[in-house]
Design a protein around this ligand. Structure first.
Ligand SMILES: Cc1ncc(COP(=O)(O)O)c(C=O)c1O
Length: 394
């Protein structure tokens, strides 16, 4: 199919929910993707932070192909050798004593976290942050603090109160004896890549412990490895009660995780939750291979190194007024609107993202295999684009 036929086929039959890049992709390798006409693009968007180990990492392709030939699916009604392999890889990767529940997406992981918090504490309340994004199903949406996502979907699940992100006093005031959980997206990606100071996360931990509420970190974008630590909580030295992750955890095969610290895990009983596809053979093979590749290729360390290189380079580009985020989850604040810059970069065959919460932020979520030459390609292109057009007046 040519490009026009591809677009027509999608647009004719699929719901018009997505604003798309005007690109039809066919293949990918590492940090690069190729369209149906054979044009290559440097991918600093990573299919929305999913291409963690790069596109079509040979280890991933082999693991998925091999598993597809052995057993495509079986549910959690049985043990599976491949699920055991994923569990062993997780045991090496997770903080001591943490246990996992496998789902298919970020929103499902957050649903499972909120439900588990209510079941374990016997309390109804959730404290969430203004500016947060936790997913599009009704429970996760109820804790999402970006109004445009919630507006048309009400009434939402009751029991959630919102406080400003980064405000320790507001958080302390909102958490009480009815609070089951505080849910925090440690770097608010959709809001414009916003991070709080380390003390804030430590205070959140203390506030929850004092009140007997659970601390949930939504690490759907930040883990594994993206911020230069296995989990974001390692930066401020915070061990949450529940962690959620998804995106690149299986390098593109749908997979999400709810992770529970030992005291919570011990209280989860048979029948408390379930998920038909969660932990299926294909996802398990991809999860195990992803964690193995992260460890063997030291992608956590590479994310930290490339993140510093990229952030340092960005700070030196005229037109970039601030750089937010950590590792390879970065937001470059521009002296102008970001969408036209994203379009100009696309014309130079570079894919980047913007954010719904801050229209001056260019968001970068590249594969963790990114190298220094690719950082240079991007910085040169951005410099040229920002030089070509003058900044906006306001
Ligand atoms: C922080 C965060 N939480 C949850 C989600 C929802 O994940 P999914 O789209 O896999 O349901 C996202 C998706 O962008 C996210 O960024």
């Amino acid at each position: 199919m040519d490009d026009a036929a591809i677009r027509a086929a999608e647009d004719r039959t699929l719901l018009a929910t997505y604003a798309k890049f005007p690109v039809s992709l066919a293949t990918g390798r590492g940090a690069w993707v190729t369209d149906t006409a054979g044009k290559r693009y440097l991918d600093l968007y990573g299919g929305h932070a999913v291409a963690l180990t790069g596109h079509c990492h040979p280890r991933m392709v082999a693991a998925i192909r091999e598993q597809a030939e052995r057993l495509l699916f079986y549910s959690n009604a049985v043990y599976l050798d491949v699920r055991a392999r994923a569990a062993e890889a997780l045991a090496r990767f997770l903080p001591e004593g943490m246990r996992a529940f496998l789902v298919n997406s970020g929103t499902e992981a957050n649903e499972a976290a909120l439900k588990t918090a209510r079941m374990v504490t016997g309390r109804p309340g959730v404290v969430a942050m203004e500016g947060s994004f936790h997913g599009r199903t009704l429970g996760a949406l109820s804790a999402t603090g970006l109004p445009p996502y919630r507006e048309k979907a009400g009434p939402l699940v009751p029991g959630t109160v919102f406080v400003p992100f980064g405000d320790e006093r507001a958080l302390a005031g909102a958490v009480g004896e009815d609070t089951a959980a505080v849910i925090l997206e440690p770097i608010q990606s959709m809001a414009g890549v916003r991070e709080a100071p380390p003390d804030y996360y430590r205070a959140a931990r203390e506030i929850c412990t004092r009140a007997g509420a659970l601390l949930i970190l939504d690490e759907v974008q930040t883990a594994p490895a993206r911020t230069g630590a296995r989990f974001y909580g390692e930066h401020p030295g915070v061990l949450p009660d529940l962690v959620t992750t998804a995106k690149g955890i299986a390098s593109g095969v749908p997979c999400g995780l709810l992770l529970a610290a030992a005291p919570v895990a011990e209280r989860v009983r048979e029948g408390d939750h379930g998920c038909t596809f969660g932990g299926g053979p294909l996802a398990s093979a991809a999860l195990a291979a992803t964690l193995e590749v992260i460890e063997e290729e030291e992608l956590t360390e590479n994310a930290a190194r490339m993140g510093e290189l990229l952030a340092g380079g960005l700070r030196a580009v005229p037109g970039v007024t601030e750089v937010r985020g950590r590792g390879l989850l970065l937001g470059a604040v521009l002296d102008r609107k970001a969408k036209p810059v994203r379009q100009a970069l696309l014309e130079r065959r570079i894919l980047v993202s913007t954010t719904p919460g801050d229209d001056r932020v260019l968001r970068l979520l590249p594969p963790l295999v990114l190298g220094p030459d690719e950082v240079d390609v991007f910085l040169d292109a951005l410099r040229a684009v920002l030089e070509e057009e003058p900044p906006d007046a306001g």
